[in-house]
Ligand binder design. Structure first.
Ligand code: COA
Length: 259
């Protein structure tokens, strides 16, 4: 296991990935990106794991962005290639299981973009969130200009990206950049309860839910409705659906086995 990324399994069904470069505020460098790819590859085929939580080590930072020291001597072609090859954002978004960002502090640039590539976001009220690339003479390069307006609308996206302004976790919740902002001491409990709730569901239904919700971004409504209907019908082939329906009718809790 790489020391820049801690991989833990909690209660068997929840995997927690902790970016572990606290002395650099968990900035994302090549080693972290490689470790995230490797961890996701392992977790994808680990049938026990139903949900993934991503967070940052220490109490100061989730992820303070891409490691700026890697920009210094990079040339355009190398930079482009490293962004295509190091696209952990796409890997998280297309990961077959739900991924939750637990935002425990600075969530900047590539950190904010990584959080947006996750399926859900919970922030500490003390988090500082934003896209400060403009301070470097840059723009977001890992989806910020595309995912941010989809979450918060064009006006807030434009404001955050052009001003480099950082907002609190509370403000982020108000504008829809995160779904919830909670006191720092409650963050872990809140996220683990959410993760445990999701982890108890049918894995096939979770994958269907994720793929269908994400399809809404790229499909017109009529196509998206067909896509949803196809997934809904396919789930009738699973033991989990028979178990869920049977448990409801027998007035007992369902036990989903993942088949
Ligand atoms: N890339 C590389 N190193 C980073 C980093 C980043 N994105 N963000 C922080 N660090 C490093 C600092 O260089 C410093 O390292 P050092 O101790 O070896 O000098 C260490 O993390 C601590 O950061 P520091 O700036 O001393 O902490 P601070 O509390 O004074 O300020 C921030 C915190 C987040 C405001 C500040 O670090 C910052 O602006 N970081 C860059 C954020 C950014 O622009 N992200 C987008 C990148 S595209």
């Amino acid at each position: 296991m790489s020391d820049v990324l801690l991989v833990e399994k909690l209660d068997g069904r929840i995997a927690r990935l902790t970016i572990n470069r606290p002395d650099k505020l968990n900035a994302l460098n090549g080693a972290v990106r490689a470790a995230v790819f490797a961890a996701l590859e392992d977790l994808a085929t680990d049938d026990d794991v139903r949900v993934v939580v991503i967070t940052g080590a220490g109490d100061k930072s989730f992820i303070a962005g891409a490691d700026i020291s890697e920009f210094k001597d990079a040339r355009p072609v190398e930079q482009y290639r490293s962004m295509v090859e190091g696209n952990i954002y796409g890997a998280i978004e297309s990961f077959s299981k739900p991924v939750i960002a637990m935002i425990n502090g600075f969530c900047l640039g590539g950190g904010c973009e990584l959080a947006m590539a996750c399926d859900m976001r919970v922030a500490s009220t003390r988090a500082k969130i934003g896209q400060p690339e403009i301070n470097l003479g840059l723009i977001p390069g890992a989806g910020g200009t595309q995912r941010l307006p989809r979450l918060v609308g064009e006006g807030w996206a434009m404001r955050l990206i052009t001003s480099g302004e950082l907002i609190s976790g509370e403000k982020a919740a108000e504008i829809g950049l995160v779904e919830a902002a909670v006191d720092p001491e409650d963050l872990e409990t809140h996220v683990m309860e959410l993760a445990a709730n999701i982890a108890g569901r049918s894995p096939m239904a979770l994958q269907a839910a994720k793929e269908s919700v994400l399809a809404a971004r790229r499909m017109p409504l009529d196509e998206g409705l067909k896509f949803e209907r196809a997934w809904f019908s396919l789930l009738f082939s699973t033991d989990d659906m028979a178990e869920g329906v049977g448990a409801f009718l027998e007035k007992r809790p369902a036990e989903f086995k993942g088949s």
